[in-house]
Write a protein that binds this ligand. Structure first.
Ligand SMILES: [Zn+2]
Length: 404
């Protein structure tokens, strides 16, 4: 069993590393005439070296975590940690909670040097980073508290359901997780986002009038439109749509507003409204719940096999050790699901672009897409395989061609 686990982890890493390499080579290709003029010589060089640096960091960090994980599996460190906790605590539920909590803390610390290097070295040198060390620390503390407050009780309930219902626990657990994600989907932007960012209503003025006119023409009620101070972390521009029904919300980053013209901003907003009108958010929410349903069903079935815990070196099976093995074994399926979800998402992005071009204007949609891409130094010639595995949005050339 341990050989299969290691094989899966190594294969997944090789796949990821090969895709990164392919993409790195592809970045040097001659861009399509449609986007050839977007970078000048130095801009293009900057974009290539930015991609290369991020690629290198992700390979090093991936190789580092893989090596640690293989060491932990080979030397039975997970079972060791389990024995260590069980020695001082009797309650199965608490043992599982502490085990999973400790693993999350350890993996956070392992990734910390890489996150720090990415934020304070790479992003800073290319002029993107605005996060101060103080903000980084407060973000980390708040992030931990949010996952404790929301994730802790959900996890405790899932484990309790397992102890109560054994094989059939997964259906109740899925129901619980689906209910929590519905709640987060509807109210996450209202409840969680303000802990990290300031959301302010768009002030009255020419931009607001232009946006209101467009929204009226589409019969879209503009109750929740906010400007977010994204500039406190990064200069990169963004916008997103969230929620359902009355909770539907559009958030524009202040960086987007400062970089784009009025027409371009309305085009981006039209794209977000396109996601709503075409029911993309609802559809992907439903699709993701179907996927968790299938994963929970598999999980419930797999938990009856003690081998999952024994493989990690444990004498007595436990929920947390079996869960750990199960989710590693699930990696190939998750890669496949990622391919499927990304392809669906890219299709929706094109549909939202079309919606914006048809219901608003083509030219500003095109220039907004070009500006956002080049401003974030994105690779204009990504490798198609890399795109299939990693891109939730189509490459710029595909989007421009689609807008027409
Ligand atoms: Zn979109």
């Amino acid at each position: 069993m341990i050989e299969i686990i290691v094989l899966i982890l190594v294969a997944a890493f090789i796949l990821e590393a090969s895709l990164e390499q392919l993409n790195q080579g592809s970045a040097l290709k001659k861009p399509d005439p449609l986007v050839a003029d977007l970078y000048d010589k130095s801009g293009r060089e900057k974009s290539i070296s930015y991609g290369a640096e991020r690629n290198r960091l992700s390979l090093i960090s991936g190789a580092f975590s893989l090596s640690l994980l293989i060491l932990a599996l080979t030397f039975g460190w997970f079972a060791e940690l389990d024995r260590f906790i069980s020695n001082s605590i009797n309650n199965e539920l608490i043992i599982s909670l502490i085990f999973i909590g400790l693993l999350s803390v350890i993996s956070w610390w392992i990734s910390l040097p890489f996150t720090l290097y990415s934020t304070f070295s790479i992003e800073k040198r290319y002029g993107f980073n605005k996060t101060t060390p103080k903000l980084f620390i407060s973000d980390s503390i708040k992030g931990t508290l949010v996952s404790l407050v929301i994730g802790g009780p959900v996890l405790a309930l899932v484990i309790w359901l397992y102890q109560e219902f054994q094989e059939s626990f997964w259906i109740y657990a899925w129901f619980l997780v689906a209910a929590v994600s519905l709640f987060m989907f509807m109210f996450g932007t209202k409840l969680i986002l303000p802990l990290f960012n300031k959301l302010t209503p768009l002030p009255n003025g020419a931009l607001k009038t232009a946006i209101s006119n467009y929204c009226d023409s589409q019969g879209y009620s503009l109750k929740n439109l906010y400007v977010m101070d994204g500039s406190k972390r990064s200069t990169k521009a963004n916008a997103f749509f969230s929620g359902l029904g009355k909770s539907k919300t559009i958030v524009l980053f202040d960086t987007l507003i400062s970089k784009l013209t009025q027409d371009e901003i309305v085009a981006v907003l039209a794209h977000e409204i396109g996601h709503y009108k075409k029911r993309h958010t609802l559809a992907s929410f439903i699709a993701s719940n179907f996927q968790t349903f299938a994963i929970f069903a598999l999980f419930g079935w797999a938990l009856q096999y003690e081998e999952l815990s024994v493989a990690l070196g444990a004498e007595t099976p436990s929920f947390h050790l079996s869960a750990l093995t199960f989710f590693i074994l699930l990696t190939p399926l998750q890669i496949l699901l990622g391919l499927l979800n990304n392809s669906l998402s890219r299709k929706n992005e094109l549909a939202a672009d079309t919606f914006a071009a048809e219901t608003y204007k083509r030219a500003p949609m095109r220039s907004a897409l070009s500006k956002i891409s080049t401003d974030s130094l994105s690779n204009l010639t990504p490798h198609p395989l890399y795109v299939a595995f990693n891109y939730t949005h189509p490459p710029l050339v595909a989007r421009l061609r689609n807008v027409g």
